[in-house]
Design a binder for this molecule. Structure first.
Ligand code: NAD
Ligand code: UDP
Ligand code: UDP
Length: 346
């Protein structure tokens, strides 16, 4: 890359699952990367292979506090994404989305940086329109246990659009649908990591409800490619744009696939469905296809196999007693963390 093309890029939440893949991708492209994280759900382990890189810098910082740095672009990913984690400290979750967005937008305004927000399919709530297009305004409970995340992300979208209208900021909004892959936290509480960790130890897979609810799973490499395309899309385009894999599966199908692909002897057990759990979710990605010329390439079986191999490798490096098998929603918070206990804010 020519020196003139090398940008200074800030990734908030850069030590998390998606953030660590993004930092790695941007370094490979030849950019300078500043990773900012408070290690609430992320870890240094995720970026350990980047720490010695001459164009990589790590800063421990909570985005709810102001941040004064000089950068050309910002990817704002800081926010816990797993329901178990974002519901553990719901007030902090809303603060992270709302105060975090204000601070990062204020920073973008001062240094005239382009800024991308990691929004979510959760802005559609428990959708009554299927599949979900960007025109749908959603069906969201403002006072439920998922609201800290859903409404925080909705408010962040509002702030992004108002900074664009009021201050002419270059903003981009990605509505990310369920994404999975290597470096998800093994006790993250999300369905893919739970099922794989359970299958690898031949423990029962915990399905919440009857397993007929659906999700559409995108492999992480596909999503990172879309982030790049969105950040570099024409100035007039800000989204919001759905990013995800439109192939829809029930949780029962997912459980059966994970068991088969990992050659597991696990059975399936059914646990209570948490409140406000969306019944169906599938992105309409026509907008991403036409504007970004992007669509996912990795099939669910291929992506699951890569993720299973990653978790197998990780388990092989640990003693059996260090490996907590996720026991499901009701006990999840007590069981988090290969690294000792539940994640705590820095
Ligand atoms: P993750 O929990 O692995 O990563 C989030 C990162 O943000 C962690 O490293 C965490 O320590 C950091 N963080 C949290 N609060 C912070 C704060 N106040 N200050 C600084 N850092 C903070 O989750 P992920 O899956 O990598 O998600 C990344 C982003 O993408 C999140 O904003 C999430 O809402 C969004 N998203 C993810 C998915 C998905 O399926 N993975 C779907 C929709 C949206
Ligand atoms: N901010 C920041 N870094 C900067 C500039 C601003 O963190 O480089 C924060 C600052 O704390 C402020 C917020 O961003 O509260 C919003 O900034 P803006 O300029 O939009 O509003 P104001 O400073 O007028 O409140
Ligand atoms: N789920 C499940 N078993 C688990 C974890 C989750 O059946 O061990 C269900 C959960 O109730 C939801 C779906 O899987 O219906 C996806 O959950 P996840 O937490 O991964 O993401 P989200 O609900 O935010 O889409």
């Amino acid at each position: 890359m020519k020196e003139a093309d090398c940008k200074r890029i800030l990734v908030t939440g850069g030590a998390g699952f998606l953030g660590s893949h993004l930092c790695e991708y941007l370094l490979r492209q030849g950019h300078d990367v500043l990773c900012v994280d408070n290690f609430y759900t992320g870890s240094k382990h995720n970026i350990s292979n980047l720490l010695a890189h001459p164009r990589f810098e790590l800063m421990r910082h909570d985005v709810t506090f102001p941040l004064y740095v000089e950068v050309d672009e910002i990817y704002n990913l800081a926010c816990p994404a797993s329901p178990v984690h974002y519901q553990n400290d719901p007030v902090q979750t809303t603060k992270t989305s709302v105060h975090g967005a204000i601070n990062m937008l204020g920073l973008a305004k001062r240094v005239k940086a382009k800024i991308l927000q990691a929004s979510t399919s959760e802005v559609y709530g428990d959708p009554q329109v299927h599949p979900q297009t960007e025109h749908y305004w959603g069906h969201v409970n403002p006072i439920g246990i998922r609201s800290c995340y859903d409404e925080g992300k909705r408010c962040a979208e509002t702030l992004f659009m108002d900074y664009r209208r009021q201050h002419n900021l270059h903003v981009k909004i990605a509505r990310i649908f369920n994404t999975y892959g290597p470096r998800m936290h093994p006790n993250d509480g999300r369905v893919v990591s739970n099922f794989i960790m359970q299958a690898l130890s031949n423990a029962p897979l915990t399905i919440y409800g009857d397993g007929s609810q659906t999700r559409s799973f995108c492999y992480v490499d596909d999503l990172i490619a879309a982030f790049d395309k969105l950040m570099n899309s024409p100035d007039g385009f800000c989204g919001p744009v759905n990013l995800g894999n439109p192939t829809e599966h029930t949780m029962l199908e997912l459980a059966e696939r994970v068991i088969a692909l990992s050659n597991s002897r696990s059975s399936i057990v059914f646990k209570p469905l948490p409140s406000d759990d969306p019944v169906r979710r599938k992105p309409d990605i026509s907008l991403a296809r036409s504007v970004l010329e992007w669509e996912p390439r990795v099939s669910l079986d291929e992506g699951l196999q890569r993720t299973i191999d990653y978790f197998k490798g990780m388990r092989a490096g640990l003693d059996d007693e260090d490996v907590d098998v996720p026991a499901g929603f009701t006990t999840g918070m007590q069981e988090q963390g290969l690294h000792g206990g539940s994640p705590s804010p820095a």
